[in-house]
Design a protein around this ligand. Sequence first.
Ligand SMILES: [Zn+2]
Length: 198
Amino acid sequence: VASSAKSVERLMAELRRLPGVGERTAERLAYHLLAGTRKEARDLAQAILDACERVRACGVCFHLDESDPCRFCADAGRDGTVLLVVEDPRDVHAFEAAGFRGRYHVLQGRIAPLEGIGPTDLTLAALARRVAAGGIREVCVATSPDLEGEATAAHVRELLEGKTVAVTRIARGIPAGASIRHAQMTILADALAGRRPL
Ligand SMILES: [Zn+2]
């Protein structure tokens, strides 16, 4: 074994920690990087560091952005009376592409008892505080239309019960089990347009 083997092993071990990367893929990626130039490797490492150092969760809506408040919270041209509750920052991008122009609240996940994720692991307390602060007319829950997404939606409804705010749910139409972030733009636009009381 060459002296470099240890560092290659370490690189593969780090790559294996990424989602969807198994042993084979880690090996393929590692050797692809080793075959490239030093500059390519440095650019990749720098891009990872820059993104991780510059991007943070918005203090208002928990979307990931380089500024806090994020660009959506800072944009005075948006409709601040409608709050779209989503699971993940990627869902923000999906609804943005579908034409939503209100404000967002990112839960940072969904209630998933089997994975040990409960209500207190999400940004639900912050959501309740935002609603209590006033100015919000409608909270539309746009979690995925699967078991965990529906359970999370039900929890948001209970959380906001009795508050002077309409709680709605995006319309069905997104195939059950399909994730929001992979749904087609037109389907998301229809789901938004057809939202109904939860
Ligand atoms: Zn924000």
